[in-house]
Structures are given as C-alpha cells and as structure tokens.
Design a protein around this ligand. Structure first.
Ligand code: COA
Length: 386
C-alpha cells in the first residue's frame, strides 16, 4: 500500500442552520478543503461523500454527483456512502483504500448532513433507521439502547450519574473553545444532572445534539502530497471493526466488540499503542459511550472510564484529552458529517492551528466512530507527514 496523507481540510459552522442547504454547505467545505490543500481541482479524480438522511429529509439522493457539480468537477466519479453514524468515516476509509492501492491520486471526501428541517419527530424517526428496525418497534431507539449500556456499566463497575455528567460538562467546556461548535455554552455538572430525563439514567445533556453541518478533506499519496502542500498529515492507520447489528445479540453490554477489533487492527497497522496517542476524538453519542470507548480503545482499564473522567484525565490539559472539539455533545452530531469533522479536528490540532483548544505537543491523533447498535466502528490514526 502507498502512504496516504490528508492535504487539506474544510468545515462550516455547525448548529441548527435554518438558512443553509446541503448544497451550499457542500460548496463551502469542499472549496475550503481544496484551497487548503493547494491541489488544483482538475487533479481531483473522485468524490466520496458521506450522508445518511438527504433522501428523506432534504429530498436529495445522488449527493456525490450533486457535490461534484457544485464544486465544478462534474465529470469525476462521485458516490455516496452510508453506515449510520460511521458514514463519513467509512467514506474516508474507502477513499483511503483507493489512494493507498493506487486507483486514484487525489480524492475529495465530504461529510454533510442537514437534520433540522422543522419536524424533529420525523428526524428522530429517520435517525432511528440506523438501528435494527425490529428492535426500534419495541422502543429500542438510540437513547434507550445506550441507557441499557449505561445501566450495565453502573451495575458492573459502580459508574455514577455524576461521572456521566462530568463527560458532558467537559465536552461543553471544550465546545465553548471551538468557534465551529453547535453549542458554545458551558454547563455545570449540576445543570447536567438537573436536565429532563430522556431514558433513565440518561438526561437531555447526556444525549448528543441533533446538528446540521459539513466537513471535507482532500487526500492523496504522501509523496505527491508534498509537491502541493508543505504540511501533509499522514494516515498511519485506517481500520474497521464489526459486531452484530441487534442490541439483543450483543457480545457485551459494557464493551463494544467493533471498537476493540478496529483499534487492535489500527494499532498494529500504525505500529503504535495507546501510550503513543496525544489526543482522541471519539463517538460520544451519549455520555456513557465516551466512557466505554476510552476503555475499549485502551486508554484506561475496563471499568475505570468513569473515574478517569472524574480525575480530569480526559480534559484539555489532562493526560489524554478526549473530544477537544466538543465532541458530538457540544460540537454536535451531524451524522454523516461527524466522522469527517473528527478528521478536520485531528488535522487542525496536529498542525497547531486549533486556537484556544489546542492540545500542547500534539503528535499523534486517533479518531473513532461507532455506527448502529453499535455494529460498526472505524479507527484512524494520524501524524504529521512533514
Ligand atoms: C435529547 C433529545 C431527545 C432532545 O430532547 P428534548 O427534551 O426533546 O429537547 P427539545 O427538542 O424539546 O429541545 C428543548 C431544549 O433543549 C435543547 N436540546 C435539545 N436536545 C439537546 C441535547 N441533546 N443536548 C442539550 N440540549 C438539547 C434544545 O436546543 C432546546 O433548547 P431551548 O429551549 O433553549 O430552545 C434529542 O437531542 C436527541 O434525540 N438526541 C440524540 C440524537 C441521536 O440519537 N443521535 C444518534 C446517536 S447514535
């Protein structure tokens, strides 16, 4: 395989974007990534686009072609990828494989989602199609599934509601430092605990936001990247893990097998371990998810995730900062865009361009997404290629 690098990144402000369409978000982030990469657009050989709900909520399928048209490169192959919350990360991985295998040189990857369309019940119903539809019919939607995992983790390891709330407080704090974040307000642990209950033990502030947003990256072979961009960020690993697609048939309710399989493969590919990672962007769809993830990714022993958050281990300035962008909790969860948005954050941090939320001495970044029950997981590892 050839070495692959990210040459350029672009992102719009995330939030409830009533005045924006998927088309103009794609144009903004795609053009920004191309400018940042310094690669002329006539050298882009393909567009890989992650989007989940465009057909249902925005009356737009074939969004890959829509993106290629909007960016003035209508004759290149352009496809849409979908894997629930892993969508953008899977689009990135497919593009990575194409470049690594020499199929294409320069590829544009875009993640885009517009979820706030004036009917939240419909949006939540469409989001829930990323989970097993049989289980959905008996009420196992995202908050109720992850509430089961929270209860199991509390029962097995003594994790507390306060520790869950500390994940939210931390990510709101990080989001307050990120001008692109959906939510820039800070909340205390007490605020989080006082919020209305959604699915016991998860309150409103334990749940990720329903966000509109987009992000884009340009990738290419590392050696050629250097001709266009003095600061390429190398992809050290790209891995996918899988597990059963129903909640009822899971291997465990306190650990995600898809994550463990993906991260094992990623560490092997990068020839690195958790001790080498400077910061992590991980899928905090619910506060409990971040706690389970930092355990499954190997940053703390199983069962100690809650205590690690309580000790400030995962806060900006702590041993392993987690979700310094604000994560899905505060930067927001724009389904198909979230995985690409994590890569935007990784690149900005590794280049030292993350402003107030900059992780000191950021050398190696790990990004991690989950999709479905979770039935799929992606892990990517990045470091400076210059
Ligand atoms: C939690 C959730 C159900 C909304 O809760 P709700 O109590 O019905 O909230 P409402 O939509 O009535 O909004 C009420 C207020 O809470 C805010 N709010 C909504 N969701 C919020 C969230 N997740 N976190 C913090 N604040 C939230 C709204 O902005 C609104 O604020 P305002 O009164 O200042 O305008 C919704 O955010 C949700 O479903 N999140 C999870 C999405 C998901 O499952 N994604 C896939 C994950 S795998």
């Amino acid at each position: 395989l050839r070495k692959v690098a990210v040459l350029g990144v672009g992102q719009c402000k995330w939030g409830m974007l009533a005045d924006r369409t998927v088309h103009d978000m794609i144009a903004e982030v795609g053009n920004a990534a191309l400018r940042d990469a310094g690669v002329p657009r006539n050298l882009i050989e393909a567009v890989y686009l992650g989007n989940v709900t465009g057909g249902e909520l925005c009356n737009q399928y074939t969004m890959g072609s829509v993106a290629a048209h909007a960016l003035g490169i209508p004759a290149v192959p352009a496809h849409r990828y979908e894997a629930a919350c892993c969508t953008g990360a899977i689009g990135f991985r497919e593009a990575y494989l194409a470049v690594a295998n020499g199929v294409y040189d320069f590829v544009l990857v875009i993640g885009v989602e517009k979820l706030n369309v004036g009917d939240m019940d419909r949006t939540v119903e469409v989001i829930s199609r990323g989970f097993d539809s049989w289980e959905g019919r008996i009420g196992l939607l995202a908050p109720s599934q992850y509430a089961l995992y929270a209860t199991a983790h509390m029962h097995a390891y003594g994790t507390t509601r306060e520790q869950l709330a500390m994940v939210a407080e931390k990510n709101y704090y990080h989001g307050s430092l990120n001008p692109d974040a959906h939510m820039q307000k800070r909340y205390t642990v007490e605020d989080v605990l006082a919020a209305p209950m959604i699915s016991d033990p998860l309150g409103r502030h334990d749940c990720s936001l329903v966000t509109d947003g987009a992000a884009a990256v340009v990738i290419g072979p590392l050696e050629k990247a250097k001709e266009y961009n003095a600061r390429p960020i190398e992809v050290l690993a790209s891995a996918v893990g899988a597990e059963t697609s129903t909640t009822a048939s899971r291997e465990s309710y306190v650990s995600f097998g898809s994550t463990r399989r993906a991260v094992e493969a990623a560490y092997k590919q990068a020839k690195l371990g958790p001790e080498d990672i400077s910061f992590v962007e991980t899928h905090d769809c619910f506060t409990i998810t971040e706690i389970i993830n930092i355990e499954d990714l190997g940053f703390v022993p199983k069962g100690e995730g809650g205590a690690a958050v309580q000790d400030g281990y995962t806060r900006l300035g702590g041993k392993i900062p987690v979700n310094v962008s604000g994560g899905l909790k505060a930067k927001g969860h724009a389904l198909g865009a979230t995985g690409v948005g994590q890569i935007y954050e990784a690149v900005k941090q590794l280049r030292g361009e993350a402003g107030e939320r900059q992780v000191p001495n950021a050398e190696v970044a790990l990004t991690h997404m989950l999709g479905g029950a979770p039935s799929i997981s992606t892990v990517h590892i990045f470091a400076r290629g210059y």
